[in-house]
Design a protein around this ligand. Structure first.
Ligand SMILES: [Zn+2]
Length: 71
């Protein structure tokens, strides 16, 4: 049985921040694995990767245009 994912319920698995942006979802998939059901907001993902949110945001800009996840 396939459960269609409700996009409105996308939230950070760590701080439960709601309505993650496309970029946050794409970054989660990129760093946690495409099949991972765990999604993190930028702040939690930065924490997890031990980088700053600013560095991660710079990465997003870098990935846009050369990664399909960021279309
Ligand atoms: Zn979070």
């Amino acid at each position: 049985m396939i459960n269609k994912q409700d996009k409105r319920c996308v939230h950070c698995a760590h701080c439960t921040k709601q309505n993650l942006t496309k970029s946050e979802i794409a970054m989660s998939k990129k760093y946690l694995g495409r099949s991972s059901k765990t999604l993190l907001c930028i702040d939690c993902l930065a924490n997890f990767l031990e980088v700053t949110s600013e560095e991660l945001i710079a990465k997003i800009e870098e990935f846009k245009g050369n990664c399909k996840l960021f279309d």
